[in-house]
Design a protein around this ligand. Structure first.
Ligand SMILES: [Zn+2]
Length: 145
């Protein structure tokens, strides 16, 4: 995090950004249920990523500089393509999850692969709050009897 991304010009960038997001979601959502990627599902994803990278001239992948030099922001659609492509690693596919609260796709980076929520601060706490609310409601019903 912390890297400045060039804000996309909506009318110009939106189609490629959308198609990267959609094909990424489709490919990896299927991968979560199978625990593997089907090669026939890859071309549309790779084409969307290629479109996102086509106009970019940033040098990526140097140690500590996955998205290039932080001083010269990489184009948003190119950064999106780079991070989507990085999901193709086998050890990452094994850690892909679908959040049971918001159904977002996320990578479980916890040491023991035990993360349940896309974001503990958002979905995890919401679930905890729901449980707490139900417990309190149940407790109140019991004490009112
Ligand atoms: Zn979530």
């Amino acid at each position: 995090g912390g890297r400045p991304l060039v804000a996309p010009t909506p009318e110009k960038i939106a189609p490629v950004v959308l198609s990267i997001r959609e094909t990424t979601d489709r490919l990896f959502r299927r991968a979560v249920s199978k625990g593997a990627i089907t090669t026939g599902d890859m071309p549309e994803f790779l084409e969307a990523c290629a479109d996102g990278l086509a106009q970019s001239r940033t040098e990526i992948g140097r140690p500590g500089k996955l998205f290039g030099n932080p001083a010269t922001p990489i184009a948003f659609e190119a950064a999106l393509a780079v991070s989507a492509l990085s999901l193709l690693r086998g050890d990452t596919i094994a850690r892909l999850r679908i959040c049971p609260n918001c159904s977002w796709l996320f990578v479980d980076k916890s040491r023991n692969s035990s993360r349940l929520w896309c974001d503990m601060a958002v979905c995890g706490n919401r679930q905890k709050a729901n449980r707490y609310y139900r417990r309190r409601t149940a407790a109140r019903e019991v004490t009112n009897v």
